[in-house]
Design a binder for this molecule. Structure first.
Ligand code: FAD
Ligand code: NDP
Length: 523
C-alpha cells in the first residue's frame, strides 16, 4: 500500500478498511474458500479439443473431474454436439470436404491413367454433407462414451464462475447447479466474428459454424477474409464445382511466408477461384429472388455491386469469455477477452493461482487442435501427476489445407531475416514436379520447397516450407527433426525415398543467394 493512501485513509478509518477489503477481495475470498471441502478436484469449462484431453487425463490420474460443454447456436441456428470446434465445425468436416474436392480433381486426372470416366462428374452436396455429418455425430457419441469410460462427469450446461472455486452450470432447460472445485480450467475456445457494422451481414452472411451443416448447396459464394479459414473454404467450394470468389482486404495468409502464400493463392486462381484483392464489403441486401446483393469497395474507392447465393464471412474469431465473470473473480484477460497465462512460471496459469486456460482461449498461442490437446494433457500431469513439463509452443507445425496444401514448421523467410539478418541465413529452395502431376499434365508451377538455415557448416534449420500434394503428411515428420534441432548438414545428408515429394526436401542444394535456377530436373 502506498504511503499517501495510508495517511489519507487514517483520517477516515471506515474508508480505509473498505478500501483494503476491496483491494484484497480476491485474496480474502481465496483464503476463506481454501479451508472448505470441495466437491471436485477439477472442473473444466469447455468440452473441445483441449478441455476433453485435460479432463480425461486428470480423471485417469484418479481425480474427481467434471467437464461442462454447451454450444450456443449460430445466428443461423446451427448447433452441434460434444467435441468442440475441431470435431463439429473445424478440422474434421473441413478436411473431409477438402478430400471431397481433391477426389473430384483426381477423377479428372484418372482419365490420363486409363480410367474411363464420364465427361461430366458432379458432386452431390446433400449426400456429401450427410456423410460428413454422420461421421461427426459418431465422433460426438465417441466423446461421450470416452468420458463415461474414463470417469469424467459430463454436463451439457453453460458454465460461468460464481466465485473463484464455484462454477455455476445452467442447462438448456434453465436448470441450475453449483459445482465447487479445487482447480478450474477455462477451455471455451472461440466463435467466428460477424461484422455488426456492415449492414445486412449478421442477418445474411454465414460463417464456418454453418457451412458444413448447410442443407442446400451454397451456390455462387463470396468468401470474405484472407486467412486459413477463408482460403481453405474457398478451395473446397471451388473444387466441389461452386462459383467461388474470395474478397481480401489486404494480403493473404499474413502470418505465413509471403512467397509461399502467393504460390497458394496463384494455384487457387489458376484452378478456378476468383480473387477480389484490396476490396471490402460495404453492405448486403436480399433481393426478391432470395439472392444476396453485395455492395463492395475496391482499392480505388469505386463501389461495385454483385449478386451471390451465399456469403461466408471468415474474418477471424473471438473468445467466448464475455459471460464467464472472469473480471469479477480476478482472472486477467487481454483486450480481445483471451486469458493471459504465464503466472507463477506456469504457461497456462491465470492471474488466479488455481485457475488455468488452455487452447484457443489462451492469449498469444497458436489456435490449433494438437496445441490445445497437448497443453491440456501436460497441465493435468502437472496438477495431479507430479510432473513439471511445460508446453513447448515453439516450432509448432501447421498446414493450410488449400487445394495445393502448404505445410510449414518454424520461421518464415521474413521472420528469419528480421531475427538473424541477411548475412546470417541461407535459403535453399527448389521448384519441383510431383510425379502424380506428370501424366495428367497438371501445372506444377506453384510446387515449391524452401528451407531456411543459419549460415555455417552446422547451421540449424530455422524453417521448412512446402507447397504440394500431401504437404501436411510430409511436414509432420520434418517437424520432429526440427524439434530435435536438425542442422542443414544432417538434413541434406539424409537419404531420400524415391519417388516421393518428401525426398525433394533432402535433395535441396541450390541457395537463393546463388541466383541459380531452382527448378528440379531429372532424379
Ligand atoms: P474448442 O474446440 O472451440 O472447444 C470449446 C468448447 O467449449 C466448445 O464446444 C464450446 O461450445 C464450449 N463452450 C464455450 N463456452 C462455454 C461455456 N461457458 N460453458 C460450457 N461450454 C462452453 N486446427 C488444426 O489443428 N487443424 C485444422 O485443420 C483446423 N481447421 C480448422 C478449421 C476451421 C473452420 C476452424 C474454425 C478451426 C480449425 N482449427 C484447426 C482450429 C481448431 O479447431 C481449434 O484450435 C481447436 O478446436 C481449439 O480447441 P479448444 O479446446 O481451445 O476450443
Ligand atoms: P485469422 O484471424 O487468421 O484471419 C482473419 C482474416 O480475416 C485475415 O485475412 C484478416 O485480414 C481478415 N479480416 C479481418 N477483419 C476483416 C474485415 N473486417 N474485413 C475483411 N477482412 C477482414 O482467422 P481465421 O478465421 O482464418 O482463422 C482462425 C484460426 O483458426 C487460425 O489462426 C488458425 O490457427 C485456426 N485454423 C487452423 C486451420 C488449420 O490448421 N489448417 C484451418 C483454419 C483455422 P488482415 O490480414 O488484413 O487482418
Amino acid at each position: 500500500m502506498s504511503a499517501p493512501m495510508a495517511i489519507g485513509c487514517r483520517k477516515h478509518p471506515r474508508l480505509f478498511s473498505k478500501h483494503i477489503l476491496h483491494k484484497y477481495r480476491h485474496l480474502l475470498r481465496y483464503l476463506s474458500n481454501s479451508q472448505k471441502e470441495r466437491e471436485y478436484d477439477l472442473v473444466v469449462i469447455g468440452g473441445g479439443s483441449g478441455g476433453l484431453a485435460c479432463s480425461k487425463e486428470a480423471a485417469q490420474l484418479g481425480k474427481k473431474v467434471a467437464v461442462l460443454d454447451y454450444v450456443s447456436p449460430s445466428p443461423h441456428g446451427t448447433q452441434w454436439g460434444l467435441g468442440g470446434t475441431c470435431v463439429n465445425v473445424g478440422c474434421i468436416p473441413k478436411k473431409l470436404m477438402h478430400q471431397a474436392a481433391l477426389l473430384g480433381h483426381s477423377i479428372q486426372d484418372s482419365r490420363s491413367y486409363g480410367w474411363d470416366v464420364p465427361e461430366s462428374v458432379n458432386n452431390d452436396w446433400e449426400k456429401m454433407c450427410g456423410a460428413v455429418q454422420n461421421y461427426v455425430k459418431s465422433l460426438n457419441w465417441g466423446h461421450r462414451v470416452q468420458l463415461k469410460d474414463k470417469n469424467v462427469e459430463y454436463l451439457n450446461a453453460l458454465g460461468s464462475f460464481a466465485d473463484q472455486h464455484t462454477i455455476r452450470a445452467v442447462d438448456s432447460k434453465g436448470q441450475e447447479r453449483s459445482l465447487t472445485t479445487e482447480h478450474a480450467v477455462i477451455a471455451v475456445g472461440g466463435r467466428p466474428t460477424l461484422p455488426t457494422q456492415i449492414p445486412g451481414m449478421v442477418e445474411h452472411a454465414i460463417t464456418s459454424d454453418d457451412i458444413f451443416w448447410m442443407k442446400k448447396p451454397p451456390g455462387k459464394t463470396l468468401v470474405v477474409g484472407g486467412s486459413y479459414i477463408a482460403l481453405e473454404s474457398a478451395g473446397f467450394l471451388t473444387g466441389l464445382g461452386f462459383d467461388t470468389t474470395v474478397m481480401v482486404r489486404s494480403i493473404c495468409l499474413r502470418m505465413f511466408d509471403q512467397q509461399l502464400a502467393n504460390l497458394v493463392t496463384d494455384y487457387m486462381e489458376n484452378n478456378g477461384t476468383r480473387f477480389l484483392k484490396q476490396c471490402i464489403p460495404l453492405g448486403v441486401v436480399k433481393n426478391g429472388e432470395g439472392k444476396l446483393e453485395v455492395t463492395y469497395q475496391d482499392g480505388n474507392g469505386n463501389q461495385i455491386q454483385e449478386t451471390f447465393d451465399t456469403i461466408l464471412m471468415a474474418i477471424g474469431r473471438y473468445s467466448v469469455t464475455g459471460k464467464l465473470n472472469l473480471q469479477q473473480i480476478g482472472v486477467v484477460t487481454d483486450d480481445v477477452g483471451k486469458v493471459v497465462g504465464g503466472h507463477g512460471g506456469d504457461l497456462e496459469r491465470s492471474s488466479v493461482p488455481h485457475i488455468f486456460a488452455i487452447g484457443d482461449v489462451l492469449h498469444g498461442r497458436p489456435e490449433l487442435t494438437p496445441v490445445a490437446i497437448k497443453a491440456g494433457k501436460l497441465l493435468a500431469h502437472r496438477l495431479f501427476g507430479g510432473a513439471q513439463a511445460q508446453m513447448d509452443y515453439d516450432k509448432v507445425a501447421t498446414t493450410v489445407f488449400t487445394p495445393l496444401e502448404y505445410g510449414v514448421v518454424g520461421l518464415s523467410e521474413e521472420e528469419a531475416l528480421a531475427t538473424y539478418g541477411e548475412s546470417d541465413i541461407e535459403v535453399y529452395h527448389a521448384y519441383y514436379v510431383p510425379l502424380e502431376f506428370t501424366l495428367p499434365g497438371r501445372d506444377a508451377t506453384q510446387c515449391y520447397i524452401k528451407v531456411i538455415c543459419q549460415k555455417g557448416e552446422d547451421g540449424s534449420v530455422l524453417g521448412i516450407h512446402l507447397t504440394g500434394p500431401n504437404a501436411g503428411e510430409i511436414i509432420q515428420g520434418f517437424s520432429v527433426a526440427m524439434g530435435c534441432g536438425v542442422t542443414w548438414r544432417q538434413l541434406s545428408s539424409s537419404i531420400g525415398i524415391h519417388p516421393t515429394t518428401a525426398e525433394e526436401l533432402v535433395k535441396l542444394h541450390i541457395t537463393k543467394s546463388s541466383g541459380e535456377d531452382p527448378a528440379v530436373t531429372g532424379c
